[in-house]
Design a protein around this ligand. Structure first.
Ligand SMILES: [Fe+2]
Length: 362
């Protein structure tokens, strides 16, 4: 299978993701698994050919070329291994105890967002005090509020020097499944189907207010100082969370309800392609008989920045991996291009044009 069917494209449009059964051959899956098995403790497999081949030597490349467009073959992958574990007593990135977070501890977020390690004590002081303490506790230390601040996930606080873009961006996720994840609670990637339409709409609305997009833009404060430790990340704006909450939604002990994500059930060799715009999360591997193994790629349509070669792992490719400032030719404003792409997601899905046109026809 080298391309999506019409029905698959329609599903991708409406739901924001599509699972491709057996997109990767058994041979490639076995090779990647063998490499994981032979890894020394702490060895980084990110740039191993057995990992990047899951896209570069499988049907995923032709599928993506057709539905999305041209992209650089990945040189690196995120090795998403989640060991089996019980619910934890620590504060998660949302500022709640892991064990208190419903839906297997899902922390639904947009990609490209800074994450600094959460304080494990309840924070004191004003919201401003807590914010200042938070951004000064990153890996680069106290830099004040600037676009130089980086997270422990290597993502910058802001993409641009003017601090008007709070999220990195790309076009598509690829999650390649290497172990049996057909039963819920095994650490599955979790998604919020259909929310990609809302994130795009929200970005557009933010941009129309004052040209700022992402956290610290309109109606999206960076931190939730009402969380249990008072320093949780607002990984999603209230407007989007609220749209997916009803009386059946489970709550944390403070009474706050959370959207229920869908766990993507896959088997070895299956792959999920999702839009950058979809809120997503890993989840706790409570029930698995082994570690959860997903190899994750972040792909961007080459036309956004034709002169830049992307590695396929970064969620902030307008900057270097460590936040380095890249050179752009005169007249090429990378922040403006990314804002436009974030506000018009389907422009970077070239094989989706007929489907988008038909779905949005009045
Ligand atoms: Fe993510």
């Amino acid at each position: 299978m080298d391309r999506l069917s019409l029905e698959q494209k329609q599903f991708l449009y409406h739901q924001g993701f599509i699972v491709l059964k057996k997109a990767v051959s058994e041979h490639l899956v076995d090779r990647a698994l063998a490499r994981i098995k032979s890894a020394k403790k702490g060895e980084n497999l990110s740039t191993e050919k057995s990992m990047t081949d899951l896209v570069n030597a499988s049907s995923i490349t032709s599928v993506l070329n057709e539905v999305m467009g041209p992209f650089d073959p990945p040189q690196a992958a995120q090795i998403g291994i989640l060991k089996k574990r019980p619910p934890g007593n620590h504060y998660n990135n949302l500022g709640y105890k892991d064990k208190d977070m419903p839906y297997y501890g899902a922390e639904l977020h947009m990609d490209g967002n800074i994450t600094i390690a959460q304080p494990q004590e309840i924070q004191q002081g004003t919201s401003e005090d807590i914010y200042n303490r938070y951004i000064r506790s990153g890996p680069k230390g106290d830099l004040g509020r600037t676009a130089e601040v980086m997270g422990h996930n290597y993502t910058p606080l802001f993409q641009d020097p003017e601090m008007t873009l709070g999220l990195g961006s790309f076009t598509a996720f690829v999650f390649v499944c290497l172990n049996d994840q057909s039963q819920p609670g095994c650490g599955q990637t979790s998604l919020l189907p259909r929310a990609h339409h809302l994130t795009e709409k929200f970005f557009k609305w933010q941009y129309a207010q004052n040209g700022h997009i992402g956290p610290e833009g309109p109606d999206w404060p960076r931190l939730n100082t009402n969380s249990e430790n008072r320093s949780g990340m607002n990984y999603l704006p209230e407007q989007i969370l609220g749209a997916f909450i009803d009386e059946d939604s489970l709550a944390t002990p403070d009474g706050r309800r959370w959207p229920k994500p869908v766990q993507i059930l896959m088997e070895p060799g299956d792959a999920c392609i999702a839009t950058y715009h979809i809120p997503h999360s890993g989840s706790r591997n409570e029930n698995g008989t082994e570690s959860r193994k997903n190899i994750i790629f972040r792909i961007r349509n080459k036309r956004r920045q034709p002169a830049k070669v992307l590695t396929g792992i970064s969620d902030h490719p307008d900057r270097g991996w460590l936040g380095e400032w890249l050179k752009y030719e005169h007249g090429n404003d990378p922040w403006q291009r990314s804002k436009q792409a974030m506000c018009n997601m389907w422009n970077e899905w070239e094989g989706m044009r007929d489907i988008v046109a038909a779905a949005t026809k009045k």
